[in-house]
Design a protein around this ligand. Structure first.
Ligand code: SF4
Ligand code: SF4
Length: 74
């Protein structure tokens, strides 16, 4: 199952984008509710490797489920 970036927990640090082996993490438009940049995962290209979840420093920003209701621009 693809992973999800919870848009309003993400702080836009982008460690996940650099680490993703298939380049499926993209910057969202505008700001989230925290007032920071945020990123989102393209579900059609995510291979569910889990690397993004391991490198993200923000607790709860990435979850190992497909939850389009939590992710802006999915
Ligand atoms: S999901 Fe985590 S590593 Fe990726 S941009 Fe958001 S805070 Fe940074
Ligand atoms: S699970 Fe893997 S392929 Fe999917 S977004 Fe995270 S790093 Fe990229």
């Amino acid at each position: 199952m693809p992973h999800t970036i919870v848009s309003n927990i993400c702080e836009g640090i982008a460690d996940c984008q650099d680490a993703c082996p298939v380049g499926c993490i993209h910057k969202g438009e505008g700001m989230n509710k925290k007032g920071t940049d945020y990123y989102f995962i393209n579900y059609t290209t995510c291979i569910d490797c889990g690397i993004c979840l391991k490198v993200c420093p923000v607790e709860g920003a990435i979850i190992s489920e497909e939850r389009p209701d939590l992710q802006i621009n999915s």
